[in-house]
Design a protein around this ligand. Structure first.
Ligand code: MN
Length: 339
């Protein structure tokens, strides 16, 4: 079978490997149909992910059809369409005991710590395979994982109906946060520097948009919220200034959700956090968000059509990476197809 592997940083190759075999009774063999290219895959390609070990089959956003099941598998059967939850946690450490396996001490992420989804076949534990409606197009199914990241940010920020939610950044992740916040009944404000991205956010349901390069974001947020500030601010831009601004733009009793892996320190005076009793939450990967997103998709409340920028056949994997990198400002999601 064909697999896409980052052999060493900077070296991306399509190679032949044996089709993997089911080893555990609760494993399933999935024939992969689509794998999405994420910003983090590009980082792994360039050796900028501190957790990645090489050589590594990349890909954590993948969907496919179950073609074989282990003897103890009960929840899925041959022929089921599934999206793979790409994290494996130990179930025993403090985080796991708190129900937060996404920050497990022994966390393994497909495509990062262990081989991922850019392969014609992948063996995954039954618990990681979530069943999808059989009529959901593969191109849409592959978007479920990115939307779980948006769902996690809303969950961490405890987004409530009627909350003003400010999403900083209208890239792929910012758009998923905005969409999920709308589903929870929030009034959604999206900021970015690029008008085209803001227009797209608006077309997908954002109530207000702010071009923070042309407008004063503090004035605009105050105007929209009647001087209160955003009840939840999600930083999906992830630079020093957006983290600082997020604290200052958030209301009394508000929440800040940080998605950045940046190592650059920010300058926040503690008084800005304590006087409004703001909670600052990290949001990493997701926990228990797959069923949430799948239910919204099933009910028709989360339309996924029109989100994919381009689909490449596996034979053009290198071109797909190249296109994604060169069109960073306009690409929402590029997929690889195994059809
Ligand atoms: Mn991703």
């Amino acid at each position: 079978m064909k697999v896409g592997v980052v052999e060493t940083p900077g070296v991306l190759k399509l190679v032949e490997r044996e089709i993997p075999k089911i080893k555990n009774a609760n494993d399933v063999l999935v024939k992969v149909k689509r794998v999405g290219i994420c910003g983090s895959d590009i980082h792994i390609f360039h050796g900028k992910n501190p957790f990645a070990v090489y050589p590594r089959v990349w890909g954590h956003e993948f969907v496919g059809e179950v073609v074989e099941t282990g003897t103890a598998v009960k929840s899925v059967k041959k022929g089921d369409h599934v999206v793979v939850e790409p994290i494996i946690s130990c179930g025993e450490c403090y985080a796991c005991r708190q129900g937060r396996g996404n920050v497990c001490l022994n966390l393994k992420v497909f495509g990062v710590h262990i081989d991922g989804g850019c392969a014609e076949y992948v063996v995954v534990p039954e618990a990681n395979a979530h069943i999808l409606p059989a009529d959901l197009p593969w191109d849409e199914a592959a978007l479920i994982e990115p939307f779980t990241i948006g769902a996690q940010a809303c969950y961490r920020g405890n987004v409530q109906k009627g909350d003003y939610v400010l999403v900083m950044g209208a890239g792929t992740i910012g758009l998923t946060v905005a969409a999920m916040a709308k589903l929870y009944g929030a009034i959604v404000i999206v900021s970015d520097l690029i008008d085209d991205k803001l227009a797209y956010a608006k077309s997908r349901g954002a109530d207000y948009t702010i071009n923070s390069g042309k407008e004063n974001i503090f004035d605009r947020v105050n105007e929209i919220t009647g001087g209160m500030g955003a009840n939840v601010t999600v930083d999906a831009v992830c630079v020093k200034k957006t983290f600082e601004d997020a604290i200052l733009l958030t209301s009394v009793a508000g929440r800040v959700v940080e998605l950045s892996f940046s190592e650059t320190p920010s300058e926040i005076a503690p008084v800005n956090i304590i006087k409004k009793e703001i909670s600052v939450h990290g949001s990493r990967l997701q926990t228990k968000r797959f069923p949430v997103v799948i239910d919204f998709v099933k009910s028709g409340k989360l339309p996924l059509g029109g989100f994919v920028s381009k689909v490449y056949p596996i034979s053009q994997m290198a071109e797909a990476f190249d296109y994604t990198e060169k069109n960073n400002a306009s690409v929402r999601k590029v997929l690889i197809s195994f059809d």
